[in-house]
Design a protein around this ligand. Structure first.
Ligand SMILES: *Cc1c(COP(=O)(O)O)cnc(C)c1O
Length: 485
């Protein structure tokens, strides 16, 4: 065993050296993996090795085979999707978590895991101004949290009869969200047995936020038609354009009709640490559940999704299960988080969050997020003053949605403009210097630039903007040449 632990020590030191170098050099790698389908697969043996191999051999293959197939989410030039950030305190904590290797399903299986989770969830709840009588629990993802919310709404509404007897008598539920909300909602509605056809997507206003008047009309019509409005899901920060649904207005409607209200703030929720954004969740006290992902914009490694509920009994009554082999002496005295969601097993996820919250402190986190938003404001000004680019929707927080519309080309049809922008996006990503993704807004192929990586600074944003303009210019010059020939 001594020998084993000395070997481990040696390898761990080597790995830590690699990790520190990676953090320092991450900008040297192409941000988006420059490989083709099956490139990696074909380099990997087609069966388990009969004899064990050394860590040195495996580590070498990690560097030679795996790293080239990695898209570097921790590069400050990663502007795609929404970030899934890591940070030094989070990574260090993950090392400890892996070493402890605990399974925190019940209080007894590691009391510190449960109780630290209770504390850090209270910290976050209070910091982002969720009401103090709500309770938080970590879920793996926002998708899971939203599913848990829909199922809890279903059970509360059916007096826990669907868990018991299935759906007879409860076939007319309706769930509502805007047409801009995340695909996880549709998935949750399917999995929970409500049925995709019973998810009603409400049209949005010119800011791509849910139109609450339409919501109310639809709900009233549904009630008149014999449906039971079960749940509304409001987005604070949609994935496409970071649109903000009018929570206060929606909460009045759900309160009046006794409908479950879930708030999906998966990405933007981190910005609620800033007092200047807290008005976005005005009305939250009339909602039932809320989720945001510290694993996105709060510098905590995936997975770590913070789920808050007003009525913890509704959650636990929905998911609790107690077979004999899980009975412990402390049942009823403590929280057993395996009863607070779908999986039984639970990783020790609060540890990394605790390290992050303590190491940055509230002020450090606020400063980072504020700084990201400032950089997005800078980019927004550049785009507004450029004659060849335009904002598709106003910037929201740290997300800028724009497209290329060269002033030198007359009579640019939507189709042509879209193919120009798609070409621009592909070329940018093929440079390996930056990584952006797109969305469709009002039929326009739209570039999204999310400025929120842990280590992004103004230089990265300035260089990215320069590159975008250069590559766009190249495309136009080639196009003109092509047309001349
Ligand atoms: C990212 C995102 C999700 C999904 O988050 P996961 O944790 O990956 O499930 C849901 N809703 C919104 C608004 C998001 O931005």
């Amino acid at each position: 065993m001594n020998n084993e632990s000395e070997k481990f020590r040696k390898h761990a030191h080597q790995f830590v050296d690699w990790m520190a170098d990676y953090m320092k050099d991450v900008e040297q790698y192409p941000v988006k993996a420059q490989v083709s389908p099956k490139d990696i697969y074909n380099q990997i043996e087609n069966k388990i090795p009969d004899e064990g191999e050394s860590i040195e051999e495996i580590f070498k293959d990690f560097k030679d085979i795996i790293v080239p197939g990695i898209t570097h989410w921790q590069s400050p030039n990663f502007f795609a999707y929404f970030q899934a950030n890591a940070s030094p305190p989070s990574i260090l904590a993950e090392m400890l978590t892996a070493s402890l290797g605990i399974q925190g399903m019940k209080w007894d299986t590691s009391p510190a895991s449960t109780e630290l989770e209770e504390r850090v969830m209270e910290w976050l709840r209070d910091a982002i101004t969720i009401p103090s009588d709500w309770t938080g629990v970590i879920q793996d993802t926002a998708s899971t949290a939203t599913l848990a919310s829909i199922i809890t709404a279903r059970e509360q509404k059916s007096n826990y009869q669907i868990n018991k007897n299935g759906f007879p008598g409860y076939t007319n539920f309706r769930v509502y969200c805007s047409e801009e909300t995340h695909s996880s909602i549709e998935k949750g509605v399917k999995i929970s047995g409500i049925g995709k056809e019973n998810l009603v997507k409400i049209l949005t206003d010119d800011k791509l936020a849910l139109d609450s008047n339409l919501l109310l009309e639809t709900i009233n019509q549904d009630i008149a038609d014999g449906h039971i409005p079960l749940c509304v899901i409001a987005a604070i920060g949609t994935t496409g354009t970071m649109a903000m649904d009018p929570l206060l207005e929606i909460a009045q409607i759900t309160k009046q009709h006794n409908i479950w209200l879930h708030v999906d703030a998966a990405y933007a929720g981190s910005a609620l640490l800033l007092p200047e954004y807290q008005e976005l969740i005005k009305g939250i006290e009339d909602a039932d559940s809320f989720v945001f992902n510290p694993h996105k914009w709060l510098f905590t490694n995936f997975d770590c999704s913070a789920y808050f509920v007003k009525d913890k009994n509704a959650l636990v009554n929905t998911f609790a299960i107690l077979p004999e082999y899980l009975r412990t002496n402390t049942d009823g005295l403590v929280n057993n988080h395996c009863d607070w969601g779908i999986p039984l097993g639970r990783r020790f996820r609060s540890l990394k969050l605790w390290f992050v919250l303590r190491n940055y402190g509230l002020k450090g986190l606020q400063e980072k997020i504020r700084n990201h938003i400032k950089m997005a404001e800078w980019l927004e000004r550049e785009i507004v003053s450029s004659s060849d680019f335009e904002l598709v929707v106003p910037r929201s927080m740290n997300l800028v949605c724009f497209n290329y519309k060269p002033s030198t080309i007359e009579n640019l049809t939507t189709d042509k403009q879209n193919s120009l922008n798609e070409k621009l996006l592909n070329r940018l990503n093929n440079t390996g210097n930056i990584y952006l993704t797109h969305t469709k807004v009002k039929n326009y192929f739209t570039l999204r630039m999310s400025i929120g990586q842990t280590n992004v600074n103004q230089t990265h944003v300035v260089n990215a903007w320069k590159l975008i303009q250069e590559v766009a210019n190249e495309i136009i010059q080639r196009r003109v040449l092509d047309e001349e020939n």
